[in-house]
Design a protein around this ligand. Structure first.
Ligand code: CAA
Length: 258
């Protein structure tokens, strides 16, 4: 695995773990760090031994946002020339499931990173906010779009205009977070879930991810066609033959991801 400066990676069985590792600044996301996260996601996506990706933060926060110091002197043209958010966009092209385990601050760009995850588990101490308005700006890495799709226009406006902290309990109630755990159990529970998911047929897992994400963006009929193609596609896999044969033979299926 590559030598990273701002993240750490490790594997646990078939789970690839990415740790945000800039605890001195509450995992503030500078450009190199986002590039490293993307590199790790892409490497795990290509690695046949990894089936699920788990993203979590070292120190007392998941991530307190984009790195304000790095951004402070930016201007519109420099950001356009840099294609500032291209790496962010590529994060959501990850085919394998990404589980986020969030504790402490999950703010601004950190919240946007969490919203890229397919499922979110949170500690009871997690705090969510889009504080960009207090800096005279707004979310720029998908926050206005992804939060609105999740919780609706009125609530999203209230959260993003307000810029205030929201508890993990509120985030669960609104469907932003799947499950809530005491802080010291969060990682254990998240890895346990990731391990269970890594035992499921990997091709079905990724095509389900693709189809469910499609539902968020396209009209129903288009989504239905998309779902059908993925359903048919699975019938050309060895795992479909194995899964159905194992059912008939009353044994446990051995899925290979082919
Ligand atoms: N960027 C750069 N550094 C940050 C940071 C950020 N987003 N968040 C925290 N830090 C740094 C602090 O400057 C501090 O560094 P020093 O020790 O060198 O002074 C260190 O992390 C610890 O932070 P605090 O001492 O402030 O810790 P605290 O517990 O008192 O406060 C906090 C925590 C409320 C999260 C506060 O740090 C804070 O308000 N941070 C900024 C949050 C924010 O505005 N995030 C949005 C960024 S904009 C964005 O994300 C744009 C986008 O859409 C892409």
């Amino acid at each position: 695995m590559a030598d990273y400066q701002y993240i750490k990676t490790e594997t646990d069985g078939r789970v690839g773990i990415v740790w945000l590792n800039r605890p001195d600044v509450l995992n503030a996301l500078n450009r190199k760090m986002v590039y490293e996260i993307l590199s790790a996601f892409e490497a795990y996506d290509r690695d046949e031994d990894v089936r699920v990706i788990l993203l979590a933060g070292k120190g007392r926060a998941f991530a307190a946002g984009a790195d304000i110091e790095e951004m402070a002197e930016d201007d519109a043209v420099s950001m356009e020339l840099l294609n500032q958010f291209a790496d962010w966009d590529r994060l959501s092209l990850t085919k394998k499931p990404v589980i986020g385990a969030v504790h402490g601050y999950c703010l601004g760009g950190g919240f946007e990173l969490a919203l890229v995850c397919d499922l979110l588990f949170a500690a009871d101490d997690a705090q969510f906010a889009f504080p960009e308005i207090k800096l005279g700006v707004m979310p720029g890495a998908g926050g206005t779009q992804r939060l609105t799709k999740l919780i609706g226009k009125s609530r999203a406006l209230e959260w993003i205009w307000g810029g205030d902290m929201h508890t993990s309990k509120e985030a669960v109630e609104l469907g932003i977070v799947n499950r809530l755990y005491p802080k010291d159990l969060l990682f254990k529970e998240a890895i346990q879930y990731a391990r269970l998911l890594s035992e499921k047929p990997p091709l079905a897992v990724r095509l389900i991810k693709e189809a469910v994400h499609k539902a968020v963006d396209v009209p129903l009929q288009e989504g239905m066609y998309f779902e059908r193609k993925n359903f048919y596609l699975l019938f050309s896999s060895e795992d479909q033959k194995e899964g159905m044969q194992a059912f008939v033979e009353k044994r446990k299926a051995e899925f290979k991801g082919r």
